[in-house]
Design a protein around this ligand. Structure first.
Ligand code: CTP
Length: 408
């Protein structure tokens, strides 16, 4: 999702740098729009570097963009491309212009041109904040649906004390997330996700593995993080780029993955095993490289640890939810249901990995959700990110159901 961050000219403008980072942390693409006076307080270069986009200040591209058709309609392009506009800090001047429909720069023009939700976080001197003009302007804006994140009280840069300090950045981010419908339903919770394949060494240079890309596990980790969870991601070897999470542990073998899972599992409210863990490993891996001249080899395999089966034998923390993924090529529902029962799972995501548009190494998935009570929910083809959100939605639903049973 894309958000325009409007920065107007008050001392709190320097906080826009941190705000860009916090919004990006929620997975948002941030386009900064500055008023002329904001540039007196923070340089466009700082915000351009952090946001990864050029900063827009002037209508028609300013001096550099004069006569350029693209810059003449840029406000419309930005207005149509954003999912929300947040103005922080919003000065008394900008609020007044917004309330009266005055458009004299890019930011105020954007305010009129966009149909996306608008959030303002005012910051100013206490007398300006309490002035009847500001109060009336804010009332007008609130009536029009603009969300206002009220300033905090405290010591102000002007030397006075009172209301007018830019609200805590977390409150502003929360207001943006609410406006965008981004949920924070895993806030304060730890989700443990495993992803990717494992590699079981045959010798110094060869291994047994599978085609898992880790994309499904990474999508789950990213979705969990965006929904406020502290995500512990345990990833097998894959070339896909992992999302930014609280803890990332890289492992290679099933044994290493098991060790990491068992170390973190007691702190996790939700465990999602999306990894394609090896079932067998070479019983006697060679320390050096096996040579061709040694002739054809017979490899003995021994069972690798079944992490989920082992977890199911251990005492579970109260309320912990465990989700498995079943990779199947035939009898999808029957096989997945048997694994759900055998591994005592709360939810099994059954994956037909024989399809070209599902399972290994693609961005889409076609899965069926299976529950211990026998219910099955087939989902249509969707992105792995959407599947991840559906899985998390089901976890939330189970929680809600468990809470309602306790209350009764
Ligand atoms: N799993 C695990 N440890 C293993 C193998 C699998 O924890 N050694 C987990 C996977 O992460 C997945 C679930 O068990 O969540 C089912 O994995 P899957 O490979 O589909 O099934 P298996 O139980 O390994 O059975 P099979 O390979 O015979 O289908």
């Amino acid at each position: 999702m894309r958000v325009a961050l409007g920065v107007s000219g008050g001392i709190a403008a320097y906080k826009a740098a941190e705000l860009v980072r916090l919004l990006q942390d929620k997975g948002l693409d941030v386009q900064v729009v500055m008023t002329r006076s904001a540039r007196e307080f923070i340089t466009p270069l700082t915000l351009a570097t952090l946001s990864g986009h050029k900063i827009i200040t002037e209508m028609f591209g300013g001096e550099a963009g004069g006569g350029n058709i693209e810059s003449a309609v840029e406000h419309i392009a930005v207005a149509q491309s954003i999912d929300a506009l947040v103005i922080a800090p919003a000065t008394a001047n900008v609020l007044a212009k917004m309330a009266h429909g005055v458009v004299d720069d890019f930011l105020t023009t954007l305010c009129l041109a966009t149909q996306a939700p608008v959030i303002v976080a005012p910051a100013m001197n206490v007398n300006m904040w309490e002035h009847a003009a500001t109060r009336e302007n804010l009332e007008t804006l609130s009536h029009r649906g603009v969300r206002v994140v009220n300033p905090d009280e405290g010591y102000l840069a002007c030397g006075m004390t009172g209301a007018g300090r830019l609200a805590a950045l977390e409150s502003i981010v929360q207001a943006v997330c609410e406006a965008l419908g981004l949920r924070e339903d895993f806030s304060g919770e730890t989700i443990l996700v495993t992803a990717g394949p494992t590699q079981e060494p045959l010798d110094a240079v060869r291994y047994l593995s599978n085609r898992s890309s880790g994309k499904m596990g990474y999508a789950l980790a990213e979705a969990g993080r965006r929904r406020g969870a502290c995500v512990v991601l345990i990833a097998g070897p894959t070339s896909a780029e992992p999302p930014t999470v609280h803890t990332l542990e890289r492992v290679r073998t099933a044994g290493e993955m098991a060790e990491a899972v068992f170390r973190h599992c007691d702190s996790a409210g939700v465990i999602i095993m999306a990894a394609a863990v090896a079932d067998f490993r070479p019983a006697n891996p060679q320390a050096g490289k096996i040579k061709k001249l040694d002739g054809p080899q017979v490899m003995n395999l021994e069972p690798a640890v079944d992490i989920l089966a082992e977890l199911s034998r251990r005492p579970r923390c109260a309320g912990q939810i465990v989700v498995g993924f079943a990779a199947e090529t035939e009898n999808l529902i029957e096989n997945a249901a048997a694994k759900l029962r055998a591994k005592h799972l709360d939810l099994m995501v059954a994956n037909d990995v024989s399809r070209d548009d599902a399972g290994f190494d693609v961005d889409t998935n076609v899965v069926t959700l299976l529950f211990p009570d026998g219910r099955t929910i087939p989902l249509e083809k969707m992105s792995k990110f959407d599947v991840a959100h559906r899985v998390l939605d089901e976890v939330v639903g189970m929680r809600r159901f468990a809470a309602s049973v306790v209350q009764q």
